[in-house]
Design a protein around this ligand. Sequence first.
Ligand code: B12
Ligand code: SF4
Length: 523
Amino acid sequence: MRILLYNPDNGVTRNFMPHLWMFLLQSLTPPGHEVLLIDGNAKPMDEAQIAQYVRDEKIDLVGIGAMTRMIAKAYRIADAIRATGVKVVMGGPHVTELADEALGRDGGPRHADAVALGEADETWPQIVKDAECGQLKEIYTPVDETGKERKPSLKQYPVIPWDSIDLAQFNLVPKAVFPLLKKVGEGWGTFRIIPVESGRGCPYGCEFCTVTGFFGDSIRFRTNESVVNELLLLKARARKEKGQMAVFFIDDNFAINVKRTKSLLRDIIAAGAQVHWVAQISANLLRDEELVDLIAASGGKWVFIGMESIDPANLKDVNKGFNKPGEYAEVLERLAKRNVYAITSFIFGMDNDTVGVAERTLTQVRTWPPGLPIFGLLTPLPATPLYKRLESAGRLTRAKHWQEFIPFAMAHTPLKMSIEEAHAEVKYGWAHAYSPEALADAVDSLDDQPLGYRINIFLARLCFRGIYFPMMSKFSWLRVVAENRHTIFKLVKEGFFGRKARPRNPDSEVAYDEAAPESQVSA
Ligand code: B12
Ligand code: SF4
């Protein structure tokens, strides 16, 4: 069969990274089939175009995966494909929770011929077999011989052939910045961020999160060896194409088992498999100095920290009381001392939030080492404890918000402010954290660091700005470049003419550079 795996675009940004599920299912497809991949973020298509593609390419089966926010688009695409007579299987977190919606059993229209519930590593080969002999079932559940739900072990993880997969669509280097990047170092022809998982599951059960329900509270890990080999494969590819490759460890909480994470990081260093990497780690796990040393030495550059709120009452409300706002600054300093920076994620519209929450949060953020703050709104995702709580309290204003996705829009009423006020807080957060002045401050605060670090934070801030302020057109980029011309001029001047030597930060330890002299170090 010719199988198409499709991920819809998110309608807001051009994703910076491909989705892992597609590559994983491609690798798990039984031999004898050809699998094509389309990520709508890289290759945007409307319903008519995808239907035409399916006909032209003589596709026999289509698999679609989507998060809740992309599900409306996913359904429209599925409808267009089914209208051509080709069967559609859907999977991922949304349809796992609302299979009846996808199958049209809730009174609405049907969008999928089959739904794969939960993790599909073990059911996907069966789905392909059944589709091949025309016996596709409606629901595939990962169960053991006794019919009990089974979470796949990651011990036998497939080899994803990163050395040969066509990744042309995921090159992040804009042509306009070539001259500047060349000054920073050779080998910037391509830059890709590749998703790699080392484990699944998180037991913390934060109220708004689907992860504990979906992946279970039993945490499973790949072997260190399989992760190390994957990194070596990626590194070899980057070297071959004279480009840069960074890895996003997409584990929900990369250091959930600190002992295991340390052992993995040590093995990465021992094998010379360091690449620049990003991972999600909760603040409480970053108290461990040795862990942070290993993060830096193994190539860790950015850590995504779900801080959510600086108000302990809010954190308690959403079952995230293990986050201690009092230690945020210390955690960030600990990282920055090793040249590791943080993507700090905040949620507004929580029950104890009042007008001014964005400025109160930013006041704290400004005292921290420079990073990438991001701001979102509390969103009741289906089947989360939050959804159930708000539903039973009659507080949902758009109970099926995913049917008409609106970015940065609440679907329930917060307790201490209005929906409009919550929206205004998010806007304020983004506008002030990503203003030309804030970007200049971030660059200046790294004044004692090499140019690469400062360019890095500047470019990262420009890109992150696009999460909230649409930056899809050339015009919007030109405007942002014009607004930030002073900082750009300063960096370019320094790139071409150098600058007077500055005292180097005596506390700073560039552990990764020292540990991995021949790796793809750039920044
Ligand atoms: C990496 C990641 C991202 C990346 C982007 C996605 C990417 N390019 O990979 C970034 C960091 C940008 C991101 C952002 C967001 N994310 Co996110 N993200 C993840 C994360 C941590 C990993 C995804 C992953 O690759 N998992 C590993 C793969 C193997 O698992 P999987 O995708 O679920 O696939 C398996 C099954 O679901 C199934 N499957 C999936 N698709 C299909 C399709 C078919 C046909 C079949 C048969 C099976 C199948 O089989 C796979 C193998 O078992 C997940 C949490 C998680 N652990 O999954 C959250 C998660 C997907 N994100 C989530 C959310 C909410 C967001 C944001 C909206 C957060 C926010 N408030 O801003 C944004 C929106 C992004 C956007 N604009 O598109 C939620 C989605 C919940 C939901 N119901 O939709 C999750 C589950 C986390 C959570 N907190 O609950 N995210
Ligand atoms: S720590 Fe992160 S992944 Fe784990 S339940 Fe909380 S929000 Fe979800």
